[in-house]
Design a protein around this ligand. Structure first.
Ligand SMILES: NC(=O)c1ccc[n+]([C@@H]2O[C@H](COP(=O)([O-])OP(=O)(O)OC[C@H]3O[C@@H](n4cnc5c(N)ncnc54)[C@H](O)[C@@H]3O)[C@@H](O)[C@H]2O)c1
Length: 278
């Protein structure tokens, strides 16, 4: 007997919060670069009544993503796809950030866009960081959105990036543009695809940032932000649940900033001082 399948790539706190909200009664595939992270998530979720399987997948590898597609389809139609895998500026090199966060996400959208089930829905976790880049040219936007995936890493304005924060920002901007491009393809299968751009959400990855080389700046930013605090994985989960639910069927190709007002303040409020450092 087959079951509708949910695929979660990146089994950290944000991914788990989303998966819990959309996977009841389905088969939940837990995929992560670190199999032990997927196994840990499986234990928690199986104990909460979910049916799961785990698989090691590197988002930065097309071969791995194809294996994930095959694994997921072996349980039944792929209804929901959640990409919550990624590396942050303090965790990885420029090349690794571009390969995983930018290229890998584009491959994932392309490959799951070929198989997603009628009525299905996908969510990509991007970042507020992508909203801190100034406007790109229309041509750059088009290149990030529509270039063949294997050419993304060779675009001149991408190969010239030397700073990990810039690599992260461009990757996250690319995620949002790529989702816009993919929305038409996913629609042909009766499915929607959207991105969510969170501000600082307390997770192990965010804790690395808060205690990394840019930690002090992050803590000051949070205290001066409109909400005055970081977000929680569950708040992102609630938004993703809405986008993937029957109430979200008219929403596709969109990006949702969820950051307690931080980006608005960065451009036009108390956090404008940050512009000098980004
Ligand atoms: N936490 C935040 O403040 C925050 C803010 C904005 C955006 N994000 C984004 O949210 C996503 C999830 O982050 P999180 O905060 O839940 O972190 P997390 O560390 O809790 O989870 C990330 C997971 O991704 C996995 N992963 C890393 N590289 C991978 C790869 N190459 N292939 C497959 N899996 C890989 C890790 O093993 C980990 O389990 C990331 O894309 C991150 O950029 C996080």
């Amino acid at each position: 007997m087959t079951k509708n399948t949910v695929v979660l790539l990146g089994t950290g706190s944000i991914g788990q919060a989303i998966a819990r909200r959309v996977s009841a009664g389905m088969h939940l595939v837990l995929a992560d670069l670190k199999k032990e992270n997927a196994d840990k998530a499986a234990k928690i979720l199986e104990d909460a009544g979910f049916e799961t399987s785990t698989i090691a997948v590197n988002l930065g590898s097309r071969e791995d993503i194809l294996a994930l597609v095959e694994h997921a389809q072996s349980f039944g139609p792929v209804k929901n796809v959640i990409n919550a895998a990624g590396v942050s500026p303090s965790q990885a090199s420029v090349q690794d950030i571009l390969r995983v966060d930018m290229y890998g996400t584009a491959v994932l959208l392309e490959e799951f866009g070929k198989v997603v089930a009628e009525g299905g829905s996908g969510v990509v976790i991007s970042s507020q960081s992508g909203h801190r880049l100034g406007a790109l040219t229309e041509e750059q936007n088009t290149q990030l959105a529509t270039s063949p995936v294997d050419e993304l890493m060779t675009l001149p304005f991408i190969t010239s990036i030397t700073d990990t924060l810039k690599a992260y920002q461009y990757s996250k901007r690319c995620n949002v543009l790529r989702v816009m491009y993919e929305a038409s393809r996913w629609a042909k299968r009766g499915a929607t695809i959207n991105s969510i751009s969170p501000g600082i959400i307390i997770t192990p990855l965010a804790n690395d940032e808060l205690h990394g080389p840019r930690g002090e700046g992050y803590r000051k930013m949070l205290s001066m932000s409109p909400a005055g605090r970081a977000g929680t994985p569950d708040e992102v989960g609630d938004l993703a649940e809405f986008l993937m639910s029957s109430r979200g069927r008219w929403i596709s190709g969109s990006d949702f900033l969820i950051d307690g007002g931080t980006t608005a303040s960065y451009w036009y409020g108390d956090l404008q001082y940050l512009k000098a450092t980004h």
